[in-house]
Design a protein around this ligand. Structure first.
Ligand SMILES: C[S@@+](CC[C@H](N)C(=O)[O-])C[C@H]1O[C@@H](n2cnc3c(N)ncnc32)[C@H](O)[C@@H]1O
Length: 222
C-alpha cells in the first residue's frame, strides 16, 4: 500500500479524497451520492439499471443456489450494485472507504451481502472471488501509486479463471478531468494487469448518453 501523499497540484490528496466522498455520501441520497451529479434522479435510475444489465452480461445473470458466485464490489458506495447482484443470487462483499456509505449498506442489506470499510489497496479477505468489480471508482483515485496498488490488490483477489472488471474510459492517454477525476489509458491497465496472469477480454462501453466509461474485462489464466 502506498504511503498517502499530500495534495498534488490540481488533485485531491488521498485523505482529502476519502473525506470528499464521505461528505458526498452524507449530503446525497442513494443514487446521487455515487451516480452522476449532472443527472436527475430518474436518469440516474436508468443509468444504474443499464449498467447492471451490462455487468450481468459480463459476469452472469443468474447464480446456482448451491454454488453462488462470490463477488467483490470494490468501492461499493451505498451498495446499489451489491444489493442488485445479491438479489440475482450472488454472494457479495462490498468495501468502501466511506463509513457513512458502509453504514447505509449494512442497514439496507438484502441477504448474504456483507460490507466493510476498507481501501481498495488494503482489502485482504481469506478467500478468492469469482469476480471483482470496481464501478466508477478507479478514476477517482487521484494518486497514481494508490491507483496502481489498488489495481494490483484487486487482481490478487481473483481466483484462477475468475474475472476482474474495472471501469474507466477506453482511451489512449491518461486525462485529468478535475480535482477528483483522472482517467487512465487502456495501456496503463494492460501494463499493470496482464503481467499478473490475466488475459484482456476487451472493453464493454456503458453506451449511456455521452458517458465515455465502460468495463475493462480481464480473466485470470495463470
Ligand atoms: C462514484 S462513487 C461509486 C460508488 C459505487 N461504485 C456506485 O457506482 O454507486 C466512488 C466511490 O469510491 C469510494 N472510494 C474512493 N476512494 C476509495 C478507495 N481508495 N478505496 C475504496 N473506496 C474508495 C468512494 O467512497 C465512493 O463511494
Amino acid at each position: 500500500m502506498s504511503t498517502p501523499e499530500p495534495s498534488q497540484h490540481g488533485r485531491l490528496g488521498v485523505d482529502e479524497a476519502i473525506a470528499f466522498w464521505d461528505e458526498r455520501h452524507l449530503q446525497h441520497g442513494d443514487l446521487l451520492s455515487g451516480g452522476d451529479l449532472t443527472y436527475d434522479h430518474c436518469t440516474n435510475e436508468a443509468f444504474y439499471a443499464m449498467r447492471l444489465g451490462r455487468l450481468l452480461d459480463i459476469i452472469g445473470a443468474s447464480a446456482s443456489a448451491v454454488a453462488p458466485l462470490r463477488l467483490l464490489d470494490a468501492g461499493c458506495g451505498k451498495g446499489w450494485f451489491a444489493r442488485a447482484l445479491t438479489r440475482c443470487g450472488h454472494q457479495v462483499d462490498g468495501i468502501d472507504t466511506s463509513e457513512t456509505a458502509i453504514e447505509e449498506c449494512r442497514r439496507s442489506a438484502v441477504g448474504s451481502d456483507r460490507y466493510m470499510v476498507s481501501r481498495l489497496d488494503a482489502w485482504a479477505p481469506t478467500c478468492f472471488y469469482d469476480a471483482v468489480v470496481a464501478v466508477d471508482v478507479l478514476f477517482h483515485l487521484m494518486d497514481d501509486g494508490v491507483w496502481r496498488d489498488s489495481v494490483v490488490n484487486l487482481a490478487a483477489l481473483v481466483r484462477l479463471q475468475g474475472l476482474l472488471v474495472l471501469v474507466d474510459h477506453d482511451a489512449e492517454a491518461d486525462h485529468l478531468w478535475g480535482e477528483y477525476q483522472v482517467t487512465r489509458s487502456r495501456q496503463g491497465y494492460l501494463d499493470v494487469v496482464q503481467p499478473l496472469g490475466f488475459r484482456y477480454l476487451g472493453f464493454h462501453p456503458y453506451r449511456f448518453r455521452d458517458n465515455a466509461a465502460g468495463f475493462h474485462v480481464f480473466r485470470r489464466i495463470a
